[in-house]
Write a protein of this length. Structure first.
Length: 134
């Protein structure tokens, strides 16, 4: 793993959250994206070299919707950048980690993603991300 790619924060109201984080960081999100396959809308902010991703559900099929039914708003996951997501997924499987998806899937911000079960990381949902190379 190369670095923390971003921290994902689950929110009920993306517009209200964007306003608050714009005030916090002194700048608006640099990118907003609808990820239809995940039923979420995202907004990305920069904080120095780091990124913060706000996530809000677009419908009840969203994992974010289900998460917010059981939990309050807040940190949802930590994402780590990897060079080769398939190699990293296999490495983690070999180490006994449970993956929440068996093959990488397209996520926000031009990334392929895979999630690692939070029970295997002391309650922290972990996301692997790799840049999509065209």
């Amino acid at each position: 793993m190369k670095k923390i790619e971003h921290i994902g924060i689950a929110v009920h109201d993306i517009e209200e959250a964007k306003e608050r984080y714009t005030l916090l960081f002194g700048a608006p999100p640099y990118k907003e994206e609808l990820v239809e396959s995940e039923h979420v809308v995202t907004a990305f902010f920069r904080c120095g070299p780091n990124k913060i991703e706000l996530l809000a559900a677009t419908n009840e099929a969203s994992a974010i919707y289900k998460y917010l039914q059981k939990n309050r708003e807040g940190i949802h996951h930590i994402a780590y950048a990897v060079d080769d997501i398939e190699i990293e997924m296999q490495r983690l499987k070999n180490q006994g980690f449970r993956l929440l998806n068996e093959v990488p899937k397209k996520g926000a911000d031009n990334k392929m993603i895979c999630f690692v079960h939070p029970k295997d990381n002391h309650g922290v949902l972990t996301e692997l991300t790799a840049e999509i190379k065209n």
